[in-house]
Design a protein around this ligand. Sequence first.
Ligand SMILES: Nc1ncnc2c1ncn2[C@@H]1O[C@H](COP(=O)(O)OP(=O)(O)OP(=O)(O)O)[C@@H](O)[C@H]1O
Length: 286
Amino acid sequence: MRRRIREDGLVPRDATPEDPVTWLIGLSGGKDSVVLTQLLAETFAEDPRIELVALSIHEGIEGYRDESLDAAEALTDDLALRHETVSYSEEFGVRMDDVVEDDPENMAACAYCGVFRRDLLSRYADEYDADLLLTGHNLDDEAETALMNFFEGDVDQMAKHFDASLGPMPERSLTDKHVPRAKPLRDVPEKEVALYARLADLPAHITECPHAEEAYRGEIQELLYSMEEAHPGTRHSIMAGYEQLARYAAERVDTDDGAYDACDTCGAPTSGDRCRKCQLLSALAA
Ligand SMILES: Nc1ncnc2c1ncn2[C@@H]1O[C@H](COP(=O)(O)OP(=O)(O)OP(=O)(O)O)[C@@H](O)[C@H]1O
């Protein structure tokens, strides 16, 4: 993780103890974000150039999220880290347990949840003046995303991925519309993250979300498991090649084509009149 942070140039050269940078960590209380938070806190405990803040989002998933937020609370207490908690119900007036029942757009639960979560992570990153938003995505998560972009033939998405979170900082085209993101655990296989959480006895909540049903991602996951078993190292080589291709794509595709506007309803950056989150909230309210 430390090598990844160094190679990606995540700590800006001009950060000083007098003028530190703020890193917002998305802390779900699951194993990946718990390990990420623990390692970042250890690494930067004595570094006055970096201020860490953890943000946990309660999606309104009874039982599941209550327990993982307890884990997040225990960890941040232990690390004496600033920890903020927000919820879909307070922010949007919806709970995922009800959204899956209503399902006005006939979509998987993760499709709603991902839009709402991204909105809150970006909004609070802005609110806390964060310079970087860090999430616990691991090697398996990233290799799945890479393969999905390949299989969907979505080169523009590869370019966006590079500029948003994948590329080394100096090589990314950054916009002032979104706080840059980073995934420092993206070289570490999921099983190794889980093992670390167990061996370090971290308070991680290791259970699958009861609403998880991303059918396509599930198929890709199966494919990756079997390829990795037959050809160890497949995930790493996918990522090495993908990063290179995404870099070339980002050089050719203008990922900030100036098409950003403010959403008519909430003011969030969007390429249309209304952002996706506001469209979904209207559909849920109808
Ligand atoms: N409820 C949440 N609150 C804050 N951050 C979140 C939340 N859910 C996800 N994230 C961020 O997005 C990353 C990837 O999400 P994913 O759905 O894989 O998480 P998870 O399986 O709930 O937990 P983890 O990845 O921490 O094991 C997480 O590692 C975390 O950084």
